[in-house]
Write a protein that binds this ligand. Structure first.
Ligand SMILES: *Cc1c(COP(=O)(O)O)cnc(C)c1O
Length: 419
């Protein structure tokens, strides 16, 4: 069966034909058959160099041998126990070694669960109700954070089905704007936490301006507000200690997902002992999950973190530079207005004349141009996320020849995309 007819069947049984909205693109998404290294294969016989990488988890590429063999060994011994395992303690230690501000960690099943628990914990710890989030930032699909989220074809609007009583506790602010946050805090003494993606990767890729995260650290400390870094994407990607290491800032709480599960479902929240010991059963802030600390995901996480050596980070940085510089050359040669964003193994292009620093500037991008660029890449055998408002990733499995080939396809697709 081919993707086009399978998609028709899928539309009958899955809302929109997919299990998560961003996966849908026109005229129909391809159905994956297998992944291997940096390559993704579909059921129609095509092969793609993959820069979507399942939206972030696959930093070692598809099916890395060490991870898969460790997972297979684990599965033979059982897939879940409902009791603690030694592996959880080991993974906790691996995270804590890398992240100085983290002294304790709770394993959950997704990034969504991690931010939900972190926000509850921050509210309990501070005795306050409200949170500040940033326009275009995505922290998962739960009620607290679906106010001006990014992630998805149109930077999804707030969803129906969320009680207004819930949403009035979530204040959204423009990113990279100190005055906006300062004035919210001045007017409201009921703010429990600021939750921030240190690099906004669900509205393309937007870096914090110099000093902005330090400003957030300072203003939260001074006002009894917790600073939550949502490192579901940046964690273990831009440095072993994530954005906290990269920008030299200690958050009060940090959330993980994606890479921490080594390609399997998992999330986590971490922080100081003082805060984390409020979580049940050490404390009274309730958090629980049948599959929390699942041994299969934990094993994949351990093997992945151990596989992320210093050399791998160096190479990932180099590969990122090669792609971003290559794209700049191509776009300049074609006299296009563009903004190339990214660092380390993250990148995105916006077809706009603006410098992209927040939600408003990101929204100036030419989405039709992006669509043509995306389809050109796909035709040429390069798969990037189908939305302008997602970030592209490079893995340890991408080789120089894959990147060279990618730049050739990019050049062709950009030439064709220009009207
Ligand atoms: C993906 C993502 C989430 C949600 O994680 P899920 O595992 O999809 O629930 C939360 N925050 C950020 C920054 C993300 O990129």
């Amino acid at each position: 069966m081919r993707s086009d007819s399978l998609f028709k069947e899928a539309l009958e049984v899955l809302p929109g034909g997919v299990s998560s909205p961003v996966r849908r693109f026109e005229p129909y998404p391809f159905f994956a058959k297998k992944g291997e290294g940096c390559m993704l294969y579909d059921i129609d016989g095509n092969r793609y160099i993959d820069y979507c990488l399942a939206y972030g988890p696959l930093i070692l590429g598809h099916a890395p041998e060490k991870v898969i063999s460790a997972v297979c060994e684990q599965i033979k011994k059982g897939s879940t126990y409902g009791t603690p395992t030694k592996a959880e303690v080991e993974l906790a230690k691996l995270v804590i070694e890398r992240v100085p501000a983290a002294e304790m960690i709770r394993f959950v099943n997704s990034g969504t669960e991690a931010t939900m628990a972190a926000i509850r914990l921050a509210r309990a710890f501070t005795g306050k109700d409200k949170i500040i989030k940033f326009e275009g930032a995505y922290h998962g699909a739960h009620d607290y954070v679906l106010v001006k989220p990014g992630s998805g074809a149109t930077a999804a609007p707030d969803s129906p089905g969320i009680p207004t009583d819930t949403i009035k506790n979530t204040i959204s602010a423009p990113f990279n704007n100190e005055e906006a946050v300062a004035s919210i805090i001045e007017d409201d003494d009921n703010i429990a936490a600021i939750i921030v993606e240190p690099i906004m990767a669900n509205i393309g890729c937007i870096e914090p301006e110099d000093g902005y995260l330090k400003f957030l650290r300072k203003i939260t400390s001074e006002n009894g507000i917790l600073l939550i870094f949502d490192e579901v994407i940046t964690g273990f990607r831009i440095a072993p200690g994530g954005a906290q290491e990269y920008y030299n800032i200690a958050a009060d709480l940090v959330t993980y997902g994606k890479i921490i599960g080594g390609g399997f479902p998992m999330g986590a929240l971490a922080g100081s002992r003082e805060i984390m010991e409020h979580i049940s059963p050490a404390g009274d802030v309730y958090q629980a999950g049948t599959f929390n600390g699942n041994p299969v995901s934990v094993t994949a996480g351990i093997t992945t973190l151990k596989g992320l050596t210093e050399d791998i980070y160096k190479e990932l940085n180099k590969k990122g530079e090669m792609i971003r510089n290559g794209m700049k050359d191509i776009l300049e040669d074609n006299s296009l207005e563009f903004y190339i964003a990214g660092l380390s193994s993250m990148f995105q292009v916006y077809f706009t004349e603006r410098r992209v620093k927040d939600y408003t500037s990101a929204k100036t991008a030419d989405l039709e141009m992006f669509k043509r660029y995306f389809h050109g890449l796909l035709k040429g055998g390069v798969f990037v996320p189908p939305s302008q408002f997602e970030c592209c990733f490079i893995s340890a499995a991408h080789r120089k020849e894959d990147l060279d080939m990618t730049l050739e396809v990019m050049e062709e697709s950009i030439k064709k995309a220009i009207k």
